[in-house]
Ligand binder design. Structure first.
Ligand code: 5GP
Length: 194
């Protein structure tokens, strides 16, 4: 998505060769117009897939899931991050290891809202190591839901996330694919077609 790539170049800050800060427009201060366009783009890419729910992880995926679900006319769910899930709670849960924070946390989704007849589109802000999205795909499997694909706003293609998920046969659509980055510049995998 050309507008997104241009915005990353203009307002993103490359903190190191692996960390991109997009706090100015994506995940602290948020540009609502751009967010809605991102949602419309994901909706367009997956429109023919009869999506029944959009799923993300709190907190940084929520506004993209909201925009996508709004464009598709379906509800969205955000998986909750919890330290411990009590056995009495009726949830699907999976562990996620955060490489940036060096900790493992649980994500969970209530069994009330995810069912075997759901066709799920997962949306998130970043596809990096893939740990968070692998955790979420595990929850989809446990629920017996059909995963139609993953929409990532920004993919750091030099990290292993895409490979891990593609190995499982998951369709991935990323709106900006970063091939490499350093404080002197960002290189994208391909020029944006639209
Ligand atoms: P994963 O490594 O599991 O694919 O990424 C987990 C989460 O870490 C992403 O959803 C995103 O919120 C955060 N993350 C990963 N890499 C970056 C990055 O370069 N910049 C920012 N701002 N967040 C990131």
């Amino acid at each position: 998505m050309r507008e997104l790539q241009e915005r990353i170049v203009r307002d993103g800050k490359v903190l190191s060769e692996t960390v991109l800060k997009v706090d100015a427009f994506l995940n602290h201060q948020v540009d609502p117009q751009l967010t809605m366009k991102i949602g419309e783009r994901f909706a367009e890419l997956f429109r023919d897939q009869n999506v029944t729910k959009v799923v993300t992880i709190e907190a940084s995926g929520i506004h993209f899931a909201m925009a996508t679900a709004f464009a598709l006319g379906v509800p969205f769910i955000y998986a909750k991050k919890k330290k411990a899930v009590t056995l009495t709670e009726e949830v699907y849960a999976a562990p996620v290891h955060s490489f940036t924070r060096q900790e493992t946390y649980q994500i969970s989704v209530s069994k009330q809202y995810l069912h075997a007849d759901d066709r799920v589109l997962i949306v998130d802000d970043f596809l990096a190591t893939g740990a968070a999205l692998v955790g979420l795909t595990q929850i989809m499997k446990d629920a017996g839901a059909h995963l139609v694909g993953i929409g990532a706003v920004i993919e750091k293609s030099f990290q292993e996330g895409r490979g891990l998920l593609e190995k499982e046969g998951v369709r991935i659509e990323s709106l900006a694919r970063i091939k490499s980055m350093s404080p002197s510049g960002i290189e994208f995998m391909e020029p944006a077609a639209i």
